[in-house]
Design a protein around this ligand. Structure first.
Ligand SMILES: Cc1ncc(COP(=O)(O)O)c(C=O)c1O
Length: 387
């Protein structure tokens, strides 16, 4: 039996598989310190859970409109305006089963056979696979620690060809934690506007920014950028709601309508009662988000200080998300080899950078308790001394 060729070209998510491997070892009683997590370790705030429970008790258990309940699209529209200076009407907003589906919907609706999509590396590992599934070609543009893992307008222009249809910008970024400034985004947006290149802006980590920096949405930098951009965000990272599977996008009307039609034939609406939890998340105090950010920041400072002192490694301080991309090139081994040996010798799980298109790095997530971070870094330090 032959599988469809589109599926034979993709690889399963390495981050999810390493995270499950670490969880399975722990279930067997092995004392694993995992830096593999791609999700907050906090519980969903009570008021969000209470709103979903209430909706369930009220039997809000049937299909909803494909693009989401009106209250939620209204709340997202208001949030886009107040926090992102973006004018997306509720009908230009599509709620989906996670930011992941929002990204996939945007790619499927906008690119296809013969198109190229520019992806700065290190990248979130699903982007190239989504592009391939859509029949298009990912064009990977490496970035460097020297440039804080960011693509410049010049890199973007140089990577362009007559087939370029889209660029993906992810700020704050996974796995780099890179945060683009307004000026950097404006320069990229101007290059995109010159050639009418679409921009997929994945802003799922927008609430996790440190050092007093402010998140900027690329769609807000110029009117032309607004007309070319699909802005993706969601609830998973900001409100510790990964299992709820709720994300959304705002897009120019034509694209939003196409995505709504696409979703109507694939997953239909996101979970009905979960959508009421999302309404409560957006319409209530944002103190819970600030509290989680503060806790992440404490861990970020601690992890950065420790890693900076490990001389075989090198790291730049990330400004956002909850990852620390760490350079292992001084050790002269592949990222997979490093990650495998670290797990088997020291019971520490990290994600090899090869998963993100950079074999000279590993990704450590600090979305785990400070005690695990301390113990895991002690083990990492001892492991490096044995190399
Ligand atoms: C960069 C990025 N985008 C999107 C997502 C998807 O998030 P979700 O589908 O849980 O909303 C993730 C999750 O890890 C991510 O890291």
């Amino acid at each position: 039996m032959e599988l469809a060729s589109r599926i034979t070209h993709i690889t399963p998510s390495l981050t999810l598989s390493i995270d499950s491997k670490a969880k399975a070892l722990r279930a067997q009683g092995v004392d694993v310190c995992s830096f593999a997590a791609g999700e907050p370790d906090f519980d969903t705030p009570e008021h969000i859970k209470a709103a979903a429970i209430k909706a369930l008790e009220n039997n809000f258990t049937r299909y909803t409109p494909v693009a989401g309940i009106p209250e939620l699209r209204e709340a997202i529209s208001k949030k886009f305006l107040s926090e992102n200076q973006l004018d997306y009407q509720p009908q230009d907003i599509i709620v989906s089963n996670g930011g992941k589906q929002s990204c996939f919907n945007a790619i499927l609706a906008c690119v296809g056979e013969g198109d190229e999509v520019i992806i700065p590396a290190p990248y979130w590992l699903s982007y190239p696979e989504m592009v391939r599934l859509a029949g298009a070609e990912p064009i990977i543009v490496p970035t460097t620690a020297a440039n804080n893992w960011k693509i410049t307008a010049e890199d973007f222009a140089n990577a362009m060809s007559p087939r370029t249809k889209m660029i993906i910008i992810n700020s704050p970024g996974n796995p780099t934690g890179a945060v683009y400034s307004k000026e950097e985004l404006r320069a990229i947006a101007e290059v995109a506007a010159d050639e009418e290149i679409l921009i997929l802006s994945d802003e799922i980590y927008e609430s996790l920014i440190y050092d007093g920096l402010k998140h900027v949405s690329i769609a807000s930098v110029t009117p032309e950028a607004h007309d070319l951009t699909i802005t993706v965000s969601g609830f998973s990272k900001a409100y510790a709601m990964t299992g709820w599977r709720l994300g959304y996008l705002g897009a120019p009307k034509k694209i939003a309508q196409a995505i709504e039609a696409l979703q109507s034939h694939s997953s239909s609406n996101a979970c009905s009662f979960a959508q009421y939890g999302a309404v409560a998340a957006l319409n209530s105090s944002q103190q819970c988000v600030a509290d989680m950010r503060e806790e992440f920041n404490i861990r970020r400072e601690y992890m950065f200080e420790r890693l900076s002192k490990m001389h075989q490694l090198s790291v730049i301080k990330p400004s956002g998300a909850f990852y620390m991309l760490t350079d292992i090139s001084k050790l002269g081994m592949s990222s997979m080899n490093f990650a495998d040996r670290l797990l088997s010798k020291s019971n520490v799980a990290v994600i090899p950078g090869i998963a993100f298109g950079n074999d000279k790095t590993i990704r450590l997530s600090y979305a785990t308790s400070i005690d695990i971070i301390k113990e895991g870094l002690d083990r990492l330090e001892n492991f490096c001394k044995t190399l």
